[in-house]
Design a protein around this ligand. Structure first.
Ligand SMILES: NC(=O)c1ccc[n+]([C@@H]2O[C@H](COP(=O)([O-])OP(=O)(O)OC[C@H]3O[C@@H](n4cnc5c(N)ncnc54)[C@H](OP(=O)(O)O)[C@@H]3O)[C@@H](O)[C@H]2O)c1
Length: 233
């Protein structure tokens, strides 16, 4: 398989961190971001060039713009964009979530994804090639009590991605992607101790990275789910 340039947001923990190791192991170039400076520095030391890790808050359009401008001039447009960065509200009924917390979930999960698309996709369109995978959730297709703000963002991502798919020219694809249920920090926040019954990110990445590498223009607009145990329940 040809070596790809893979852009991943949210590489400091969980699924993003596990995907970095797997893409690097398979010989692809990873361009990643997250907010935790110490982990970004550690990734830089561990992976080395041509991989590139930066401290970027995807909720800041200015930070994403500067990040995109630097990466596009160094590497050209990415082949695969994994909009993975996300946050979840603390478990609580909607009426107990402050306006500030509600905004934070929207700013990262929805506006952050749009910021990345705004600054990276024009060059992909110009080159007429590239796949955009927007991380949704089972809670982008169903709902549960206690996670209304998160559900609102993941349902938004499903709609945003379907509309984007209708806008892209031939050669590109955008897909909303449900990664399944994985024992990462985010799951522990909503599931508590029962999170331990689910696969860890490293196991998940071993099967999911090859699945993501096979996506092509024919997948444009298809709501997809990771090929892992329980993801379709
Ligand atoms: N785990 C699951 O079972 C599950 C299920 C369905 C969907 N998902 C989705 O899969 C994705 C990854 O989830 P996860 O479980 O790996 O979550 P996680 O363990 O909480 O990791 C989230 C990652 O996103 C980064 N991030 C958060 N806010 C950011 C921001 N403003 N700018 C840049 N990076 C940011 C975090 O890094 P910093 O804190 O360093 O910024 C971290 O690296 C999310 O979109 C999530 O909604 C997960």
């Amino acid at each position: 398989m040809a070596k790809k340039i893979v852009l991943i947001t949210g590489v400091t923990r969980g699924l993003g961190r596990a995907m970095v190791d797997e893409f690097v192991r398979l010989g692809h170039t990873v361009l990643g971001c997250g907010r935790s400076e110490a982990v970004i520095e550690q990734l830089r030391r561990q992976a080395g060039p041509p991989h590139d890790f930066a401290t970027v808050d995807v909720a800041s359009d200015d930070e994403v713009k500067a990040w995109a401008s630097r990466l596009l001039s160094l590497h050209g447009p990415p082949d695969l964009v994994l909009n993975n960065a996300g946050v979840i509200n603390r478990n609580a009924p909607l009426w107990e979530i402050s306006a500030r917390e509600f905004s934070q979930v929207i700013d990262v999960n929805v506006k952050g994804m749009a910021n990345v698309i705004r600054h990276f996709v024009p060059e992909m369109v110009r080159r007429k090639r590239g796949i955009i995978v927007n991380f949704s959730s089972g809670w982008g297709r169903t709902t549960d009590a206690g996670v209304a703000p998160y559900c609102a963002t993941k349902w938004a991502i499903e709609g945003l991605t379907q509309a984007l798919a209708q806008e892209l020219p031939p050669g590109l694809a955008a897909v909303p992607f449900n990664p399944g249920i994985i024992n990462a920090d985010m799951l522990r926040s909503s599931f508590g101790s029962s999170a331990s019954g689910y696969p860890v990110p490293e196991e998940w990445a071993k099967v999911t990275v090859p699945f993501l590498l096979k996506l092509g223009p024919a997948d444009n607009g298809k709501p997809l789910t990771a090929p892992v145990r329980g993801a379709n329940d």
